[in-house]
Ligand binder design. Structure first.
Ligand code: PMM
Length: 271
């Protein structure tokens, strides 16, 4: 059964939940709600990675995520921490997180791999070519899926060399990270190259810009046309069903209930 990572953003500036959960109690309640909706992992993050986002320090990040992780883990939920910082990863594992979700795959913080190796947590490594502020400057590819798979293979090798057992790894092609528009579709179309790497595969398409661009183009509306959250969540759920068919291990989403339903239907189709 394809896993569902429910997104718990504890940031005041997340583009997709508008900072509504920037408060421990509310973030915890939101996480528990996602768990009840069918999330298999709750992915707690305190630093927005949306295009152009400012970085926050590790201290602020930990103030945001650690109390939330403590409560969710104590409630029995499998928790991952979405962070680029080794110190935050280590603190999160001490607070009960079982997975470190590093969208940079170890490139953002030179201490990250050692911290994860030491922690005993599973390690999700994303495909990444630079911080959000200028990541589109690196969106230059000849064959996107092949290059993403090749770079992830390097990250897998580095993680293994740091003492992280291959069975603890999860790989993510980093949809939207240093990839513009249709390059994301090229990655999704070539997911078999990522699956062939060996580790479990995670993907995150939820509410992302490339889905919005596709919906706008389908309806013939302009670049600034508003696409409500409900439509972005429906588009996301469709990608979840297609990800199941592509052999993906888990999808990372905001609307867990919609993806749960989409996966149930896709499963029934598969038989
Ligand atoms: N995307 C975002 C944040 N964290 N983690 C993984 N593993 N994969 C992703 O695609 C991913 C991620 C950015 O989206 P958000 O700001 O809506 O959380």
């Amino acid at each position: 059964m394809t896993g569902i990572w429910g997104i718990v953003n504890v940031t005041p500036d997340s583009f997709s939940d508008g900072g509504r959960f920037f408060d421990v109690d509310r973030a915890v309640a939101h996480g528990l709600r996602l768990r009840a909706d069918g999330a298999t992992v709750l992915d707690v993050g305190g630093e927005s990675t949306r295009p152009g986002a400012e970085r926050v320090g590790a201290a602020v990040e930990q103030e945001r995520v650690i109390p939330v992780i403590e409560v969710l883990a104590a409630a029995g939920a499998p928790v991952s921490v979405d962070t680029l910082n080794a110190a935050t990863a280590a603190a999160a594992v001490r607070a009960g997180a079982r997975i470190v979700n590093d969208v940079s795959g170890g490139l953002a913080d030179p201490e990250m791999r050692a911290a994860v190796a030491e922690s005993g947590a599973d390690y999700a490594i994303g495909h990444w070519r630079g911080f959000s502020a200028d990541m589109y400057a690196h969106a230059d590819y000849r064959r996107v899926a092949r290059e993403v798979a090749g770079e992830l293979k390097e990250r897998i090798g580095e993680a293994a060399a740091s003492g992280i057992a291959p069975s603890r790894l999860i790989v993510d092609p980093g949809i939207g990270f240093a990839k513009a528009g249709r390059q994301n579709w090229d990655v999704l179309r070539g997911l078999d190259e990522i699956v062939a790497l060996g580790p479990r595969v995670l993907i995150g398409t939820s509410r992302k810009r490339f889905l919005v661009e596709t919906l706008r183009s389908a309806e013939g509306s302009g670049e600034d046309a508003e696409i409500p959250e409900s439509r972005r969540d429906l588009a996301t759920a469709v990608t979840s069903a297609l990800a199941l068919r592509a052999g993906v291990w888990a999808v990372r989403v905001h609307d867990v209930a919609a993806t749960r339903d989409a996966l149930a239907i896709a499963h029934a189709w598969e038989g």
